[in-house]
Design a protein around this ligand. Structure first.
Ligand code: HEM
Length: 393
């Protein structure tokens, strides 16, 4: 079978129509992502997607497939974070931070997240029209993750620049330079924290690295970069893709405005309908084997289209309909298996508060551009808009 050429500008504008054509015929198929010479497997159906995410023969750490070709020194630090390694390292790295992200611990942040959302909302009060992403969807999650980690929120625009380079296809030539800047910045910050530790996650992680030997220096850089990038790139787009979906489905928006108790349910549906993480991160076949009727070879690259799986009619009825009153669905927006999103409780809390405050303060918010003018970022991971102009009045 020939590889499916997936990406084009039209694809990013509306991937769901493309997925609808591909999925029934090719639940698990070869695709061209980067260039014509590089083939990846992609899971399009819900069945294939869950099977890949749960199958331990699809692993995350390329060093475990080709141990002689890669070493800790040649792998960028983010590739040594929990998201890109396998057990037992995965368990060790996840356990170090897990405690701070449990639903119980996250629930205690509600008051502070609400304060942040109210501050950001009131900054928009004097304006008629704003880019919703820069003015509201971005500052909330970045401020929250900065506070949790103990990283200065004043530097949020730098974090945004560095993490955009990590996830956007068109920024790839800036990758090395940008990662080097990010690491220099963190090295200076780690030094400051070493001299005067505080009550924050970063000081705790530095202590673990120095005193307890459970974390290498590369892993320390990796986990902090991962939490900064994953902690905001995703939730920003949940809030902004979510608002766009509501603005383009006015009857659903009205339902929500009339009954705030629907907000948690609506967030699950917005995650499923146009979630912020379109693709899983990379996986590699640890060995050669038959999978969903296809011959997969050792070292093959595998990705899951979470967006396609969540629009599979075998997962929910009428998958292309936005229905915020839907019963709980088993969507894959936060992944599945051992790499299931660590930040899911935090993302849900942030989105809940962001929508609640927005509906209270700006119930008449509307789109200030034609749908056809909105441009989607080109990314191998994220689904998000470049800008979302809205009228607030
Ligand atoms: C709506 C917002 C979010 C979505 C949709 C999302 C989605 C995901 C997905 C799909 C994965 C698994 C990727 C894979 O298996 O390849 C993941 C992993 C992860 N996410 Fe999130 N995420 C969100 C917010 C956050 C936040 C706020 C944090 C901050 C703490 C976070 C931290 C992580 C981490 C650390 C992992 C790696 C877990 C592991 O490897 O064990 N995420 N996320």
């Amino acid at each position: 079978m020939e590889s499916i050429k997936l990406f084009s500008k039209e694809f990013h504008q509306n991937p769901y129509d493309h997925y609808k054509n591909i999925r029934p015929h090719h639940p698990f198929a070869k695709v061209n992502l980067v260039n014509e010479n590089f083939h990846s497997w992609m899971a399009f159906s819900y069945e294939a997607a869950t099977a890949v995410l749960k199958d331990e023969r699809f692993i995350k750490d390329i060093r475990n497939v080709f141990p002689d070709a890669y070493s800790d020194d040649t792998m960028p630090p983010i590739a040594q974070s929990m998201l890109f390694v396998d057990p037992p390292d995965h368990r060790r790295l996840r356990q170090l931070v897990q405690r701070g992200f449990t639903p119980k611990h996250i629930a205690r942040l509600r008051g502070r997240v609400e304060e942040i959302a109210r501050e950001e909302s009131s900054k928009m009060r004097s304006k008629k029209q704003v880019d919703f992403i820069q003015s509201y969807a971005f500052p909330i999650p970045i401020r929250v993750i900065c506070e949790l980690l103990g990283v200065p929120a004043e530097d949020q625009r730098d974090f945004q620049r560095w993490s955009n380079v990590m996830v956007d296809v068109n920024e790839h030539d800036k990758y090395e330079q940008s990662t080097a800047e990010f690491m220099d910045y963190l090295a200076r910050l780690f030094e400051l924290k070493r001299q005067s530790p505080q009550e924050d996650l970063l000081s705790e992680l530095i202590h673990v690295e120095e005193e307890e030997g459970k974390l290498t220096t590369n892993e320390l850089f990796g986990v902090v970069m991962l939490l900064i990038v994953a902690g905001h790139e995703t939730t920003v787009n949940l809030i902004s893709n979510g608002l766009l979906a509501l603005l383009t489905h006015p009857e659903q928006f009205t339902l929500l405005k009339e009954d705030y108790s629907l907000i948690p349910q609506a967030i699950e549906e917005l995650l499923r309908y146009n979630g912020p993480v379109e693709f899983s991160t990379d996986r590699w076949a640890r060995e050669s084997f038959q999978f969903m009727g296809q011959q997969v070879n050792k070292g093959d690259h595998v990705i899951v289209s979470l967006a396609s799986a969540d629009h599979d009619q075998h997962m929910v009825d009428a998958p292309d309909t936005l229905d915020i009153t839907r019963e709980k669905s088993s969507h894959l927006a936060f992944g599945k298996g051992i790499h299931y999103c660590l930040g899911a409780p935090l993302a849900r809390l942030e989105a809940d508060i962001a929508f609640r405050v927005l509906l209270e303060d700006y119930p008449n918010i509307s789109l200030a551009a034609d749908l056809s003018e909105l441009e989607w970022r080109q990314s191998y991971i994220i689904r998000g808009l470049k800008e979302l102009p809205v009228r607030l009045g």
